[in-house]
Design a protein around this ligand. Sequence first.
Ligand code: COS
Length: 393
Amino acid sequence: MLRSCPVTAGPTSYRLTQEQELLRDAVRVLADERIAPRAAEIDRTAEFPWDVKELLAAQDILGLPFPTDFGGVGGELLTVCLAVEQISQVCATSGLILAVQELGALPILLAGTDEQKARWLPDLAAGRTLIAFALTESEAGSDAAAARTRARRDGTDYVIDGAKRFISQGSVADLVTVFAVTDDAADRHRRLSCFVVETKTAGFKVERLEHKMGIRGSPTAELSFSGLRVPAENRLGGEGDGFSIAMRTLDRSRPAIAAQAVGIAQGALEVASRHARERKQFGKPIGELQMVAAMLADMDAGTEAARQLLYKACVEIDAGSPQASRWSAMCKLVAGDTAMRVTTDAVQVLGGYGYIDEFPVERMMRDAKITQLYEGTQQIQRLVIARSLLGRS
Ligand code: COS
């Protein structure tokens, strides 16, 4: 009988290496000792935590997405995700600093020439510069191919005009990978090209920052480009390659959002478990009440299932699975929904205490929501998975 479902390719099992376990534990300690005490304030002030960025740079954590040839310390997806998970367990905004550094740089990693890599990656790997990823526009969100920002060829330059919206860390980045239309007449998936824009270039402007429900320390910017000139050497790949570069980037970047989600869920589970042991009602810790115990058990099982799917997806993607889009979409879908459910239940376990900012679970619940929205909504993840299962219609 003909198989109708995707066959799992690449390694079928994995185990964290000793190095990965050491890294995970070291990042965990750093997050607990240095980042956790800052998390509530970062959320309250909604200011980008430059001190945390410096800490991640000094500890070589921002170098994790980059190969050693270009000044990084690895480039393995699983390792990046382990670090994002541990940091997000205490502060989702801080976890996003690493995830966005990877997201913004992926177009260079995937489509850059060796010269382009040598030009930009060592500073990014050292955390001397930050990078953002600018695909989304006000009228082109899920339908990324509908972008309208233009890049017109002018001699040895391109001139970019247009605007991008919802750009994570767009206002603090030194570089932005920008997707712009170079050929309006081309097929809708061949219209876009990708450029590395230096944000100090004339014509680049941060129009405004969004006021958000969660990940409040991570600035989400609206950017505009007005007659902004970039040399043709800043184009990644060929003209018309932009949509493909964006999709291949998202295949590799969505797992880091899944890692952020798993971290948030684990953080909330830990607060709820501690509370269930300490809080007494009816003469005993509430964790001994079966209804509360069952909630905690479901939260734990769900978080672990999301984590295992994430790690497996990372290994498959790193092994070059032809099903990379499917793995990437599946882990983000499952982890994002798990984070939302687990944090909501954590608030429930804490009762009234969960609803006030004396405990971190209300922040975690607000932070969890974004993982169901960005880098493709959960509906887009389902679309990607269904297309992989059923083919395109
Ligand atoms: N890798 C490489 N190529 C890909 C690809 C991938 N993961 N996904 C699609 N493509 C290619 C297809 O092969 C197709 O090529 P051909 O025209 O040569 O056949 C082309 O791109 C168009 O693909 P498709 O028809 O699937 O494109 P759609 O316009 O239907 O869009 C979705 C597909 C919806 C999946 C895509 O637009 C998407 O991911 N949207 C969400 C965007 C997003 O996540 N935004 C958040 C930004 S970051 S915060």
